[in-house]
Write a protein that binds this ligand. Structure first.
Ligand code: PHE
Length: 448
């Protein structure tokens, strides 16, 4: 532990890297398809409430644990509660990151395929529903899907082996602003398509008649997924942060950016879905069918399509970096001499673990686990069980194992947060979050 800690060079770098972890497939790919299958506006509203009242406080909790201890997650929990089983929260986070990245990278691979195709053949004069068939053909090709998944993992490994400063921070600084601008262009086109208003309504007008216990658990899982919470990644990331930065302000910026991009994603996708007569409940392929359709209706659509796919790839990579970083940091404990080998070994193991997911929409489509293909089963396990469970444990841990005054002191460093606001945060973490998560679990199990 005598090694010098790698640190973020600037506050902006940290915010962008943490926002880079948060913003990725969760807001852009997962939210639209889960909202599409779970009732649209009502789902989105519940997701927003969870994000603000549970997600934001929990993000601040993870930041506080990381910066207070200045160590990656497992060590951090050990330092705060020596000799207890609490460091298993960190281990659960490592296991969750491992499984999550295995299927996340499969979608990353789809993006690699789409980007390559966008560059070589543009939109090739296709339109409307033709993109639906194209997607089916693409991901059902086993060699292509596995090879693209491998490329995505190798790209992730190459950055993570370079360490946080050189790798992750430098990348994120350019990518995030560009992504916002391009998204705005797509939204403008999408909402001005004929019949677009029906989609805007579907996304923004809540219809509570379709809400079930499952909708609520999905919205909860989605809130944690899109803020990268419950895995202790934000503990590890903030351990590289100096104490001169304001934690509450960083947390608010990240949550704000994530909500903003989630709204943009919904407004980009649903108006186009309705305008082109596509199906909102399409599932994981949704954006890969809808986006090319929107671009085919924009002048110079092929150029925008290339740019968008490149940015989506970047956004996905920055989240993947954080997932791999979480596992690598837990093994190397900040020893830079071990980083290269650890990144390659772990990265390739994750690749192998992801192969069945890569085949789930093709040759392994008939292999079902509780009625879901392998990909969807892993996604369900991670998003709706492991992430909420991790979040529950962190919310119980912090107020139990860190004195209230110490929490206040850490959060207050370089922020002038008032005691009243601090108390609100404390109540949300200590009582509201655990109760909400437990109710959601019990409800889905049919117990209440
Ligand atoms: N937040 C990331 C996204 O939305 C996914 C992620 C979840 C990353 C959990 C790290 C931890 O794409």
């Amino acid at each position: 532990m005598s090694q010098k800690q790698d640190q973020w060079t600037s506050k902006l770098g940290f915010i962008l890297a943490a926002a880079g972890s948060a913003i990725g497939l969760g807001a852009i790919w997962k939210l639209p398809y889960v909202a599409g299958t779970s009732g649209g506006g009502a789902f989105f509203l519940i997701f927003l409430l969870f994000t603000i009242f549970l997600g934001l406080p929990l993000l601040l909790t993870e930041f506080t644990i990381g910066r207070k201890t200045q160590h990656e997650a497992i060590t951090a929990y050990r330092m705060l509660a020596p000799g207890t089983f609490w460091h298993w929260i960190g281990k659960l986070g490592v296991a969750t990151s491992f499984i999550l990245l295995s299927f996340y990278s499969v979608v990353g691979g789809w993006i690699v395929i789409y980007l390559t195709r966008a560059i070589t053949e543009g939109l090739a004069g296709r339109e409307g529903t033709e993109f639906e068939q194209l997607f089916g053909q693409t991901i059902s090709n086993p060699f292509l899907a596995v090879f693209a998944h491998l490329i995505f993992m190798v790209l992730t490994i190459l950055v993570v082996r370079g360490g946080v400063q050189k790798g992750i921070e430098r990348f994120s600084k350019i990518m995030m602003p560009a992504l916002f601008i391009l998204f705005l262009i797509i939204v403008i086109r999408s909402v001005t398509l004929p019949g677009a208003m029906e989609g805007v309504e579907f996304f923004l007008m809540p219809d509570f008649s379709s809400v079930t216990g499952e909708t609520i658990l999905f919205a909860l899982g989605q809130a944690f997924f899109s803020l990268s919470l419950g895995v202790s990644i934000m503990v590890t990331y903030s351990s590289y942060l100096k104490s001169s930065e304001s934690l509450p302000r960083s947390a608010v910026s990240i949550v704000g950016l994530t909500i903003f991009i989630s709204i943009l994603a919904g407004l980009a996708i649903f108006p186009a879905v309705f305008s082109f007569g596509l199906e909102p409940a399409e599932g994981p392929p949704l954006i890969f069918i809808v986006l090319p359709t929107v671009f085919s209706a924009i002048p110079f659509g092929s150029v925008f399509f290339v740019a968008f796919m490149a940015l989506l790839l970047f956004a996905t990579l920055t989240s993947a970096f954080s997932l791999l970083e979480m596992v690598v940091a837990s093994v190397t404990k900040n020893d830079p001499t071990k980083r290269n080998k650890a990144a390659w070994t772990i990265g390739l193991l994750i690749f192998v673990m992801g192969i069945p997911s890569a085949l789930s929409y093709g040759v392994m489509g008939d292999v079902l686990i509780f009625g879901n293909n392998f990909f969807d089963a892993l996604d369900f396990l991670v998003s709706n069980i492991m992430l909420p469970l991790g979040a529950l444990l962190i919310a119980i841990f912090a107020p139990l194992k860190i004195k209230k005054d110490e929490l206040y002191e850490e959060i207050q460093k370089s922020s002038s947060i008032k005691r009243g606001l601090f108390n609100t945060w404390y109540i949300l973490v200590k009582y509201v979050t655990p109760v909400a998560i437990i109710i959601a679990f019990l409800n889905v199990l049919g117990i209440i």
